[in-house]
Design a protein around this ligand. Sequence first.
Ligand code: NAD
Ligand code: ZN
Length: 253
Amino acid sequence: MRNSIKPENSELVRLIGQAQRTVVFTGAGMSTESGIPDFRSPGGVWSRMKPIYFQEFVEDKDKRREAWNRAFSGVAGWVGAAPNAGHWAIARLVARGKVAAVITQNVDNLHQDSGVPPELLIELHGNASYATCLDCGLRHELAILKQSFLGAGEIPVCRDCGGLVKVATVSFGQPMPQAVMKQAETATLACDLFLVLGSSLVVYPAAGFPIMAKRNGAKLVIVNREPTDLDDLADLVLNGEIGPVMTALAPPN
Ligand code: NAD
Ligand code: ZN
């Protein structure tokens, strides 16, 4: 069913009202209104530079240097933006107890910045606002690594175990984190409404979650400015901008 957006009385308001356990699932489109380009847009990051694959990072010091250059110059543009109206609206739904989990493909930390508690947030592709040791998992803050990289040209290694340190995103060629995938699966199977915001739903395994939710009996709603691969499966498709749609759904008090 395809609806024009009539916020006050839309089908989405009704579905959210009925749901007990909503899972919100966000893709790169969630953050375009914060000025972060999505994957496929002409200004998107991979149209400007080649991704560095995980194996290259691990095996090649020059690739590591390049990766850190990118991270510290902010060229990928993933961190440092502010949450937009859509993020704030999700945070309000969370505060009202409507949301069981927020599963995101984004790495920009904007759900945290808008106040979604970490225990409700499932980051499928990691987070670009800090780094971790690939061996022991210790968290490292970018500001501290940046000082020694820019000052002394040191490629970051772990202060505890000497292992390689990498920005905490899941790179191309890096296996999906199994514990996180399991968490997302559990949340998906427990929900009665699965709300997709700003994902073209072509990237697997992430796009498998809406299918899983629907097969398990949940309602599926897709909000996107253009058609997605899973529109035919959805109970409701809203073609519009996430910020206005979500603000209408969860207006500020
Ligand atoms: P995608 O780029 O494949 O799809 C984004 C979708 O959102 C598109 O269909 C687009 O039409 C739609 N869209 C964009 N802005 C919108 C808006 N304001 N309102 C409604 N719809 C909007 O994104 P994806 O499927 O999430 O895959 C891209 C991958 O790249 C993700 O896995 C993610 O990890 C990564 N990525 C992350 C960020 C980030 O952290 N902000 C940014 C770019 C890419
Ligand atoms: Zn370590």
